[in-house]
Design a protein around this ligand. Sequence first.
Ligand SMILES: NC(=O)C1=CN([C@@H]2O[C@H](COP(=O)(O)OP(=O)(O)OC[C@H]3O[C@@H](n4cnc5c(N)ncnc54)[C@H](OP(=O)(O)O)[C@@H]3O)[C@@H](O)[C@H]2O)C=CC1
Ligand SMILES: O=C(CO)COP(=O)(O)O
Length: 376
Amino acid sequence: MPERPHRPDATDATDATDATDATDATGTADAAGSESGEAERTVRTVTVLGSGSWGTTFAKILADAGRDVRMWARRPEVASEIAEQHTNSGYLPGVTLPDNLTATSDAATALDGADAVVLAVPSQSLRANLGHWRELLPAGTILVSLAKGVELGTRKRMSEVIGEVAGVPEDSVVVVAGPNLAKEIAAGQPAAGVFACGDHERAVAVQEAAFTSYFRPYTNTDVVGSELAGACKNVIALSCGIAAGLGFGANTVATLITRGLAETARLGAKLGADPMTFAGLAGVGDMVATCASPLSRNRTFGERIGRGETIEQAQEAVGGQVAEGVMSCRSIRDLAHESGVDMPITDAMFRVCHEGSDPATVGAELLGRQQKPERL
Ligand SMILES: NC(=O)C1=CN([C@@H]2O[C@H](COP(=O)(O)OP(=O)(O)OC[C@H]3O[C@@H](n4cnc5c(N)ncnc54)[C@H](OP(=O)(O)O)[C@@H]3O)[C@@H](O)[C@H]2O)C=CC1
Ligand SMILES: O=C(CO)COP(=O)(O)O
């Protein structure tokens, strides 16, 4: 696969069009999820559905990379603030958004003619939200998922949910993973991400559209591993927060990160992931960033629980934003049980978040389990 030339922080998205590009800019050449990988694609116009921390930050990356970006916000006042003041103060205080990023609360207006559509709502709301948007998706658009979670009940990964609801092959969805704490990236701090898709051409098209001087996207074809890594680390971040809240230090957190990665990789191996994905940005990269940073909502949530606060108080501490691990500990635990995979930390988080178990007691039980070799 030849590499395409990359140019960070393009000021003109048309720069991205080269003589080899045979894709219709309107995206009508190829319906989303239909025949793919036959022609290089160019993404010029992107719609981001959801205007929370990561949705807004990802929109900023795309706009800084020279794309025309339209955001959809479910609250009209958020859309007006983004469109008129170029800020989203509720989610990214102090951040100025680029002029080529606009917003509306009307999904049809937001979606009109988009070459790519980024789904940036919480995992457990994705099915319902996408159900409203399905009929409005432009033909040929590339669907991109930012959500890191596993659906309750169905135990499906987000690309599976998107494929089902949008009626496209799940391996046509581009999944964004990696150590991407929104506030750091919105402040222009250097970071890398990984864009996973079964169709390499689609991943490359989005990679090119999101390449800036501060954000470096890689591609990967292991969608299963990338999605599971992103969902599972939120649960492990809860446990690291709890450990910190209980007053434990770096050894405890490092143990949870390492053993958390081990149980994530075990689940991934069982479900067909490439084990090397867990050694990459989506795996160890995101695990370390989320488990160690006070910016993580999941870690913060866990820390509050560790300090003795209730689930409701911990939810307040993350300011109404989503701590995906709280729901995903249930769906991932169910997935693990169904797959016959042992995930003791995830199981412990389920007991704390959903059965009212005492965090210190659960921690002691984790330590006291049957001894075993590090690698089975
Ligand atoms: N924040 C981060 O650093 C990162 C987040 N992610 C993942 O990206 C996904 C989106 O995260 P993020 O943008 O941070 O989330 P936030 O909680 O910051 O924002 C959620 C956004 O979705 C909207 N929304 C629409 N429908 C719903 C609904 N039913 N329930 C709740 N919110 C809804 C919210 O609207 P409203 O404002 O009106 O509530 C808001 O715009 C998550 O899966 C997260 O794990 C991935 C990498 C980094
Ligand atoms: O996914 C993230 C970083 O990669 C964000 O983590 P939180 O949702 O815990 O803030």
